[in-house]
Design a protein around this ligand. Structure first.
Ligand SMILES: O=P(O)(O)OC[C@@H](O)[C@@H](O)c1c[nH]c2ccccc12
Length: 261
C-alpha cells in the first residue's frame, strides 16, 4: 500500500468516528457558518505575487518541519507579510495539524483560509465551513470524477472556493468541470515524494484558461516563481520554506518584498 492509500484509509476511519461524535446539525450551529466567505480565487486574479502560505508542522516526506511555532503568530505574520491566502493543514496523524489550528487561524487573521485536508466525505466540507475556511482542497488522486463533482458542487453551495489538485495528465483529464475554481498542480508526487517544478510546467498548457492555475510544493526561492509565471501560474503554495524558519511570517515578508522588486 502506498502512503496516499494509507492516509486515505485512515481518513475514512477518522471521519466515521468524527461523524458519530459531532452531528451535522451541531456543525451548522457554528457562528462561522453564517460568516460571508472571502474568495481566494478572486484575490489571486488581481495579485502580483500570488503567495498562498501554509501552516505545516510536519509531513510524511520530511517528518518534523517545525513544532515550535504558534498558529496565531503564523497567521498574523502571513497577513502582515501580504500573502493572498493561508493554507492550514488539518490532518493530525500525518501532518500534526487539527481543525483547532484552522479555528485559531480564523480568529487571528482575515485572510482567505484553505482547509488543507484529504477530503473523502461531504461531512468534511461542513467541518471546513464551521471552523472558518473559505476554500477547500480536492485531491484528484484519491477521488473519482463523480466524487469530485459531488464535493465541488456541495462546496459551492456553501460558498467555499474549490482548489482541485492534480499531479499528472490523467488526473487532470478526469477532473475538469465548471464547479472548480482553481487548478493546482502538485510538484510533489504524493506516492513517492519526488519533487519537480517540471510537473507544473508540462501540465500548464492542458489547463483551460477559465481556471486560476496554482503551483504547489517544492517552491523555495524567487527564481522558481519567476520560472513558473510564464506558464500562466497566478498562485504559489509554499509551506516548508517558511515553516522551517523561526519566524514564518517574517520569512514570507522578506520573500514577498524580494518578489515585488
Ligand atoms: O512544503 P511545500 O513543499 O512548500 O508544499 C506545500 C504544499 O504544497 C504541500 O503541503 C501539499 C500540497 N498538496 C498537499 C496535499 C496534502 C498535504 C500536503 C500537500
Amino acid at each position: 500500500m502506498n502512503i496516499l492509500d494509507k492516509i486515505t484509509a485512515d481518513k475514512r476511519t477518522e471521519v466515521a468516528l468524527r461523524k458519530s461524535l459531532i452531528p451535522i446539525s451541531q456543525l451548522e450551529q457554528s457562528v462561522l457558518f453564517e460568516r460571508p466567505t472571502v474568495s481566494l480565487t478572486e484575490k489571486l486574479k488581481t495579485s502580483n505575487t500570488g503567495i498562498i502560505a501554509e501552516h505545516k508542522r510536519r509531513s510524511p516526506s520530511k517528518s518534523v518541519i517545525n513544532q515550535n511555532l504558534n498558529v496565531n503568530d503564523v497567521a498574523k505574520g502571513y497577513e502582515d507579510a501580504g500573502v493572498c491566502g493561508m493554507s492550514v493543514l488539518t490532518d493530525g496523524k500525518y501532518f500534526g495539524g487539527s481543525l483547532d489550528d484552522l479555528l485559531l487561524a480564523r480568529a487571528s487573521c482575515n485572510l482567505p483560509l484553505l482547509r488543507k485536508e484529504f477530503i473523502i466525505d461531504e461531512y468534511q466540507l461542513l467541518e471546513a465551513k464551521a471552523y472558518g475556511a473559505d476554500v477547500i482542497l480536492l485531491i484528484a488522486a484519491i477521488l473519482t470524477r463523480d466524487e469530485i463533482k459531488q464535493f465541488s458542487e456541495f462546496a459551492k453551495s456553501l460558498h467555499l472556493d474549490v482548489l482541485l489538485e492534480v499531479h499528472n495528465e490523467e488526473e487532470l483529464n478526469k477532473s475538469i468541470m465548471p464547479s472548480l475554481d482553481m487548478l493546482g498542480v502538485n510538484n510533489r508526487n504524493l506516492k513517492t515524494f519526488d519533487v519537480s517544478l517540471d510537473t507544473s510546467k508540462s501540465l500548464s498548457a492542458l489547463i483551460p484558461d477559465d481556471f486560476v492555475k496554482v503551483s504547489e510544493s517544492g517552491i523555495s526561492n524567487i527564481e522558481a516563481i519567476k520560472s513558473l509565471q510564464p506558464f500562466g501560474y497566478q498562485g504559489f503554495l509554499i509551506g516548508e520554506n517558511f515553516m522551517k524558519t523561526d519566524n514564518a511570517g517574517e520569512s514570507a515578508k522578506i520573500f514577498i518584498e524580494q518578489l515585488k522588486k
